[in-house]
Design a protein around this ligand. Sequence first.
Ligand code: COA
Length: 257
Amino acid sequence: MSTNADILIHAEEGVTTITFNRVEKKNSLTAAMYAQLADAFETAAQDAAVRVVVLQGDVAIFSAGNDIGDFLNQPPSTPDAPVFRFLRAIAGFPKPVVAAVCGPAVGIGTTMLLHCDLVYAGDNAAFSMPFVNLGLCPEAASSLLAPQLMGYHRAAEALLLGEPFMAEAALEVGFVNRVVPPTECNLVAQAQARKLAAKPLSALIETKRLLKKGQTTVVVERMAEEGRSFGRMLREPAAREAFTAFMEKRRPDFSRC
Ligand code: COA
């Protein structure tokens, strides 16, 4: 079990379950939480007792994405920043990752799902990648993976307008595997994870490697390129205005950005 209460980690019978547990701040992710997530994936990759990782949130919120106060006060600026470490760890994770998503999944709350193998959604799930609305650009290789998964025009709509798409729309475009009642979502993900954990690990790892073959290098390169732009844009006027407006609970004014 983990000691940091914002991220809970529980290992049982080959399944490591990571739970976002900062519900009062809508499971927004701080640098400390990313560091813990990166550590958890790096450890799970090496630990032969771990066969599957499950990522889950609360029945009403998956994650509101990056903590906006952190974006203002300690924007990630180098490739070894915890957020980028986490993204590299989940993108390169060799074993299956299963996600259970209920309620809003904003920003990295959605883009991390592009690196999960199975995604189950509550019928209250709302996915969004509002980077443009924050004066930012895509991250987590979402500029590459979202068009591949959803088709260019749907990805462009999601990334340029930044509007949420709901669970049923996500199912239609292949973004999630199944839509279930929110109270069943974590249970369904756990059941699928247990099925995976009963299979030979070597076969799971080789199958995932082959599924991802040809993608690995381009994903790493795209994440690095996005990360450079993202890190620069975090400091520019449009993003500063968006974050300040969020903290002050007002609409942003981009008239000078
Ligand atoms: N960073 C920091 N705090 C956040 C946060 C974030 N990304 N998202 C929510 N919170 C905080 C709010 O400031 C609020 O704190 P307070 O109670 O101290 O005022 C609390 O969580 C509840 O949020 P609230 O906006 O009142 O909840 P809601 O149910 O009305 O809306 C969301 C939920 C997720 C739709 C909304 O919070 C949201 O849009 N958050 C920002 C998402 C975002 O832009 N993330 C960055 C992506 S790159």
